[in-house]
Ligand binder design. Sequence first.
Ligand code: SAM
Length: 261
Amino acid sequence: MGDFKHKHSLGQNFLKDKKVLIKIIDSVDVKEDDLIIEVGPGQGALTKYLKLFRANLRCYEIDKRVKKYLDSFIDEKTEIIYEDFLNVDLNKQVKDIKYNDLYVIANLPYYITTPIIEKIINSKIDVKAMVLMVQNEVADRLAAKPGSKDYGAITVYLNYYFDVEKLFVVNRNSFDPVPNVDSAVIKLARKDNKYQVNEDLFFKFVKDAFAMKRKNLKNNLSKYDLKLIEPILSKYNLTLQDRAEQVSLECFIEIVNNLSK
Ligand code: SAM
């Protein structure tokens, strides 16, 4: 686009395929009194379509060089904030805006996909849904089901909060410049019911269970009381010889509740 020099280090692959942009906005039902957060608007390819919702819009962009492309989007409901999203105090920023539901919709800078998602979750802002463009293989990991090789600690972590769905694959040629890999759009919809579990122990336990990918549960969980874990596993047709990638979120929660009784 013009003489703009894309910064690879900032994950600057701009979307140029209108069909993809339309599919992204068709995947959510945003109302005028809602708030959308966009991370990394770049030259505004997605921002332009997000504006069609007429909702409140807050965009966080690290690279001030794109200001001239984004200035025209600013109005009473749209703000562009030039800051590193990872350094923003999200709670504080969102507190002053009146909105009904909150959405995060973004074509993410891939070098910080997980930190961005973790930041949003940890800030405890009440996100109804996120629609995110990520690397295709990352999408497979985030949306994996138990028993698949892609299923890992991050999958369980996300599934604790959200129903995660891979919506569609996006060919690398839909971007400028063309990246080395294909992408995919995922949707994370906040689960209505909250699980009852000691969260600190739960997240630690899940991390430990996946610590050594090739080792079985007996090895990875040797510091826990295996006698309390075994009967729960067997309810789910599993044994200590199985690996963590076989264990569903519900099974993890039941085990941790048994350990913390
Ligand atoms: N939304 C645009 C599009 O779809 O064409 C651009 C997407 S591009 C994949 C990622 C954008 O995130 C870039 O504009 C980049 O400058 C921006 N970015 C990278 N790191 C960032 C950070 N830490 N905070 C905010 N924006 C960031």
